[in-house]
Ligand binder design. Structure first.
Ligand code: NAD
Ligand code: MG
Length: 387
């Protein structure tokens, strides 16, 4: 029985993780779960999975949650940062599913690694912000970081059993999002509801907007660089609108390994949860006869400026990716609140990066400062654009 702490249980990844737990009750149990504010769903999840600890964002949500779940539960309700860390480091936990969204996931994930918990990592922002620090820490603590992000899970599966030094290229696939074929002069009119309608994947709001700007793919290049310890020049983004090939790895003899499947995160989540075994998920195999063909296209960095910015941040390294990530969280949030135009997401991100003086080998404290700096600068720029 593997005991899980699920950070971000009410999110898209969290809910899919719980579906897998429900399918395999003899293999997994949930000892801790966390959410931010959706106490309605969270209370139902707690009643169903009976964790030891459940954590929400603040005391008000904790009070509300206590009222909803009643007195007869063994679950201890906690709140705030210390609660999240408790859930990430709990003695009973074998594996932490890191599935909060954004920079909030960094510290609980770092603390989980320090507590020698294996990590199923969905929260890509952790590696974007502090890839070197996190991977070093994992190595030191002999912790496995198993990718949940579908592309990274695909790469992980394509390199397994192969000689890593024989890789010639990593082909990171991207759906291209809802606007890949939209003329750039129509980008100005894009509304949050258009951007949230992803053609192939069902995801949380932030990552859906990141997919529409292709920032998600940029963040994934940085994630892959750290996770697999490769130079970013080895990673090429390939737009593949059907989202059937989840990524590919080419070897020096010309052989290319691809991992395929229907676009459903459960396969990647389950593989991280049960590696090296596979779970009988009963997922359908893609209907290749129905599909007929698979398409591959080159991304347009001039149209999708966020992708180009992520490459720049990745090249510059140090504290810059953390600043870009923070700026992007602020600009995406402002776009979702109808305070910023879609095309200004990249403008805000770029102007924020321009204001940052890079720290080349940052410690965790420097990363947290870079995150606050990026957020504050971006918010100021957003305000100036509003006027
Ligand atoms: P989501 O918005 O659906 O869920 C986020 C979860 O984090 C929720 O449980 C929410 O309560 C919690 N949360 C949000 N802000 C928080 C805060 N400040 N403090 C504590 N908890 C907080 O997001 P998602 O789509 O499930 O994505 C989660 C992570 O997984 C992201 O990093 C995303 O990039 C990554 N990811 C998601 C998918 C996907 O298909 N959804 C695929 C690959 C990677
Ligand atoms: Mg992905």
């Amino acid at each position: 029985m593997k005991q899980l702490s699920i950070l971000g249980a009410t999110g898209s990844i969290g809910r899919n993780t719980l579906k897998i737990v429900e399918m395999f009750p003899d293999m997994f149990s949930v000892v801790c779960m966390t959410a931010k504010s959706n106490v309605d769903l969270f209370s139902k999840q707690i009643n169903m999975f009976c964790p030891e600890i459940a954590v929400v964002f603040d005391e008000n949500y904790a009070d509300d949650l206590k009222k909803r779940i009643g007195k007869n539960t063994k679950t201890k309700i906690m709140w705030g940062k210390s609660g999240y860390i408790e859930a990430a480091t709990c003695d009973l936990t074998d594996m932490v599913v890191s599935a909060m969204v954004g920079s909030a996931g960094l510290i609980p994930t770092v603390e989980a690694i320090k507590a020698k918990k294996n990590i199923a990592l969905a929260n890509k922002e952790t590696l974007v912000m502090a890839g070197e620090i996190v991977m070093d820490l994992a190595k030191k603590n002999r912790v496995n970081i198993l990718p949940v992000d579908s592309e990274h899970s695909a790469i992980f599966q394509c390199i397994s059993g192969h000689n890593f030094s024989e890789i010639s290229k990593i082909l990171l696939t991207a759906s291209g999002g809802p606007f890949f074929d939209l003329p750039v002069d129509e980008f100005l009119n894009i509304k949050p509801e258009d951007a949230l309608a992803h053609p192939t994947w069902e995801m949380g709001k932030k990552i859906s907007i990141d997919s529409a700007t292709m920032m998600n793919k940029g963040l994934e290049v940085i994630e892959a660089k750290h996770l697999f310890g490769v130079n970013q020049n080895l990673i090429e983004v390939v737009v593949h609108p059907e989202s059937i090939v989840h990524s590919m790895v080419a070897y020096k003899d010309g052989a290319v390994m691809a991992q395929m499947g229907v676009p459903d995160m459960k396969t990647a989540i389950a593989y991280a949860m049960s590696h090296p075994d596979r779970l009988a998920l009963n997922q359908p195999v893609p209907d290749f006869f129905e599909l007929g063909s698979l398409n591959f296209k080159r991304p347009d960095n001039n149209k999708f400026k966020c992708l180009a910015l992520a490459y720049t941040a990745c090249d510059l390294g140090g504290s810059m990716p953390a600043v870009l990530n923070a700026a992007n969280e602020a600009s995406v949030s402002a776009f979702l609140d109808n305070k910023l135009a879609f095309t200004d997401i990249s403008t805000v991100n770029e102007l924020t990066m321009n204001k940052h003086e890079i720290i080349n080998t940052p410690c965790l404290e420097d990363i947290i400062k870079a995150d606050s700096f990026g957020r504050k600068q971006a918010e100021d720029i957003i305000k100036s654009l509003e006027k």
